[in-house]
Every structure is written in C-alpha cells, then in structure tokens.
Design a binder for this molecule. Structure first.
Ligand code: NBP
Length: 480
C-alpha cells in the first residue's frame, strides 16, 4: 500500500466517521480503520464519493497508508480502549509520528500518555473536540494540546476542518503542552453544564412563576436569542420547547422523564476545581442538580414535604417578570464563565501550560456546544487586558451585572418565596456577593479553627501567624 494519506482516523463510530468525512470533504486523503472492519467498509461504501478514503483492515495496513510523519487520530471510547489502541499502534510507529486522541479523555490520562510516548519519540496530542455529531462533520471547535512541534504538523489540517467564527477565524489553536487541550475541553463541558442548568432554571421560573406555556417560553427564548444571549444552547432550547409529542399531542418537554443524565466531564470539572482550590459553584450546582433529578426514590419520599406552591402571575406582571429572568440569566451566565476561566487560569499555572484565555474564548465562538455571541466580548476583554484577574474585573461585564443585579435579586426572591429550586442562579449571585463583600465571615471560621484545632490565624493589623490560648487565659501568642 502506498503511503498517501495525510491523516488517519481509527475508531469509526459516530464521531470518528464524521471527522474522517470532514477531512475527506476538505480535500485530504484519509486512511480509515476500525476494530470491527465492517464499520470501515460501511463508511467507504456510504460516503466514499465525498473524497479520498484509504480503507485499512489491519493496524499495519493503516499505519502503512499514512505519509510521514504519520498523523493518526484515535476516536474510540475514552479510557481503556484508548490505551488498548495506543498499545496496538505505538510499536508500528517511528519517532516524529503523531498520535492524536480526539476522545473525551481525562487530562491526567493525556499527561501520562504524552510522557510515555515522548520517551519513544512519538508525539501524543490530546485534542478536545466539541460540537457533537454534526460538529464533527461540518466543523467542530478543536482544542489541541501536545507539543508546539506536533501542532506545526497538525495545525494546518485542524484549521481546515474546524468551524469558522463569524470573522472567518478557524475555531482551533494550540492550547498548550500535554493535557492542556483536554483540560480546556473539560472546562468547556463544565461551563456547558452550568449554561444548560441556568437555562433550565429560567424555563422553570417562566413556567411556574410567569405561568407561560412551553410554546410561549419557546417564543421568549427565540426573542432572547436575538439579543445578548444569542447562543446555540438558547436556540436549541427554543426548538425543544416548541416541539409537540406526536403520540400524545402534548408539549414534548412534558412527556420526557425529568431525570438528567451525565457522562462525567462536568463531574471532572468540579473534582479538579476542588483540587485546584477554584470556586466553580455554578458548575458544581449544575452537576448536583442533575444528580438530584436522578434520585427517584429520594424525590418520591420527599414529595409531601411542606413548602409553597407557585401561584403564576399573568398579563403585564408575567411579562415584566420574564424580562427580569433574562437579566438574571445573563448575570448568572457571566458568573459561570468567570468561574470557568478562573479554572483555566489555575490549571495553566499549576501545569505551566501558558494558556491564553482570549484564544480559548476565540475558539469557542463557533462549532462547540457553548458557542455564543457573548464569547466575542470575552475575547475582547482578554485581548484588552491579558492579565485580567477575573472576567468580573472587566468594566463592560461589571457594568452589565450592575445594571442586571436588582432584577437578578428580585428573581431569586420570587423563586425562594414560591419554592422553585434555582441552585445555579443562587450560587452565581452568592459568588458575586462574596467577591464584592468588604468582610466575609471567614474571619469567624478562622477563629473556630483556631479554637478546636490550634490552626492559627492571621490578623488584619499585624503581619504574622497567631494562636489564642482558648483553654487557658485566652492570651494570644505568635506562632511564627
Ligand atoms: P464511542 O465512544 O461509542 O466508541 C466507539 C468506538 O470505540 C468504536 O469505534 C469501537 O470499535 C471503539 N472501541 C471500543 Br468501544 N473499544 C475498543 C478497543 N478496545 N479497541 C479498539 N477500538 C475500540 O464512539 P463516539 O461516540 O464516536 O465517540 C468517540 C470519542 O469521542 C469518545 O471518546 C467520546 O467521548 C468523544 N466525543 C464524543 C462526542 C459525541 O457527541 N458523541 C463529542 C465529543 C467527543 P468497534 O466498532 O469495534 O466496537
């Protein structure tokens, strides 16, 4: 077999086959391979006319089909299958070749694999890919990690197949070494969880407090999508809410079981945030909200617990409340991105990746699930001030929250009064208020810690570390 393929894709389930077709449609010769060869044959039979595919039945054939340095993308189920595929292919490769993992790997796995393969002279590039099935085919947002050298070889191909932002820029750029790409993809998914939960809470409020029907809420979301909330998730929310179940004639949203599932990247975001000491409370509440929804027995056992039932508003009052919900949603969204970008900065510092947050915002503008007009603003904020300590320090975002906050608070008051759970709205506002507080009750926490555990404290008026002799005469001693 002649070595003509510029890129290879192994793992031809939904994502891999669509990605392979995307490369082929963009003029690249693509070697394709799958553990079960029938999928390879099916792909070429169904889509062979879209471009040039080289179908390989064995690992050896696949590797031999690739031009050097070889670039092969692994699109298999994340975890053990990825290690199995690497173990199968690595012995067939040569120094300088590039293995690209496009699955949803944990960034620590990517760091380990990169280290192991580097010892053999093979570049391992962990790439976060967002956009689902359609994105993989028509243009995803691509977050590549790995060495700068591997990006030099791989980047031009990725830039060709990636989504393009409205200004024509490809939605991909080198994020940073080893696991940086998968880390940023993980945070992307965490923000996606928060965005989805905030939208779900807005829906719940419009339904139960404003008294809107799903069709009316769909219209409301469509109107919001023409403004500053313009985003893929708001757009598809309107579609889902407008949909009628064919079997019953009822709104689709009313016939779907209200237990949300998760695959784990949101949970990883929160676990890693805890390790890094970054408060991502909005994302955490979104993960917990899915968890609560799935506890059927717990919910059934709690159904009779006391609490208010919502009394829907009507007419102009309902419409005025809906406008307030838009403000609350927008302000909370700013907070979840603030938290996510804080986590990216913390990860970048911890692992010395040198991630450019403005470049991350730029490549999320198209192709991915959280794509939104709003990301142009985030990019502009970081372009203007690359060392921005927090998105909330950007004068534009701070001003918008200042304008939204009365409504944001009013919405939370209504939710609490009427017994509507809004954990992500509430966590976002609590984060905002905690950051702007002149004094936090953490001083009392330090006093308690010193009392029971002699954990010491610092003072506001003097340098050093101190302990009070709580069980003695309560005098203070310096512990430096
Ligand atoms: P799946 O995650 O369902 O994986 C199926 C593929 O893995 C098949 O090609 C299968 O081969 C292969 N595979 C397995 Br399972 N075990 C293997 C092994 N031990 N050796 C070799 N191949 C093995 O596919 P997907 O939904 O297309 O997703 C691919 C990757 O992309 C995943 O990591 C996923 O998390 C990620 N991702 C998915 C989306 C999405 O929207 N679905 C979005 C972004 C990223 P077989 O045909 O022989 O069984």
């Amino acid at each position: 077999m002649s070595s003509t393929a510029q890129i290879g894709v192994t793992g031809l389930a939904v994502m891999g086959s669509n990605l392979a077709r995307n490369f082929a449609r963009n003029g690249f010769t693509v070697a394709v391979h799958n553990r079960t060869a029938a999928k390879t044959r099916a792909l070429v039979a169904e889509h062979g006319d879209e471009g040039t595919f080289v179908a390989a039945e064995s690992a050896k054939e696949f590797v031999d089909a690739l031009e050097r340095p070889r670039r092969l993308i692994v699109m298999v189920k994340a975890g053990e299958p990825t290690d199995a595929v690497i173990d199968e292919f690595a012995p067939l490769l040569e120094p300088g070749d590039v293995i690209i993992d496009g699955g949803n790997a944990h960034f620590e796995d990517t760091r380990r694999r990169e280290r192991q393969l580097r010892e053999r002279g093979i570049h391992f590039v962990g790439v976060g890919i967002s956009g689902g099935e359609e994105g993989a085919l028509l243009g995803p947002s691509i977050m590549p990690g790995g060495s700068a050298e591997s990006y030099a070889s791989l980047g031009p191909l990725l830039e060709k197949i990636a989504a393009k932002a409205a200004d024509g820029t490809p939605c991909t750029s080198h994020i940073g070494p080893d696991g940086a790409g998968h880390f940023v993809k993980m945070v992307h998914n965490g923000i996606e969880y928060a965005d989805m939960q905030l939208i779900a809470e807005a829906y719940h409020l419009l339904r139960d407090v404003a008294g809107y029907s799903p069709a009316r809420i769909a219209e409301t979301f469509r109107a919001w999508n023409r403004g500053r909330l313009d985003s893929y998730l708001i757009e598809i929310t309107a579609e889902v809410l407008a949909h009628t179940d064919a079997a019953t004639g009822r709104p689709f949203v009313d016939v779907v079981a209200d237990a949300a599932e998760q695959k784990g990247t949101g949970r990883w975001t929160v676990q890693i945030a805890l390790d890094l000491g970054v408060p991502v409370s909005g994302i955490a509440e979104a993960v917990f909200a899915r968890s609560v929804s799935g506890h059927a027995a717990l919910r059934a056992a709690s159904a009779e617990l006391a609490g208010p039932r919502a009394t829907p508003l009507s007419g102009a009052e309902a419409d005025a409340f809906a406008a307030q919900v838009e403000q609350a949603l927008y302000a909370s969204k700013i907070v979840s991105y603030t938290q996510g970008f804080h986590q990216i900065r913390a990860g970048s510092e911890q692992y010395e990746w040198g991630v450019d947050p403005g470049a991350v915002a730029a490549l999320w503008r198209g192709g991915c699930i959280i794509r939104a007009a709003f990301l142009d603003r985030i990019k502009a904020a970081y372009d203007a001030r690359p060392d921005l300590p927090s998105l909330l320090s950007d004068a534009g975002f701070a001003g918008e929250i200042a304008a939204a906050q009365d409504d944001w608070r009013a919405v939370l008051v209504a939710a609490v009064r009427q017994g509507i759970p809004v954990p992500a709205f509430a966590a976002s506002l609590a984060y905002y208020d905690a950051l702007r507080a002149e004094r936090l009750p953490a001083a009392l926490t330090q006093g308690q810690r010193d009392f029971f555990g002699a954990h010491t404290y610092r003072r506001t008026d003097r340098e050093g570390s101190f302990h009070t002799l709580w069980s003695g005469d309560r005098s203070e001693v310096s512990t430096d």
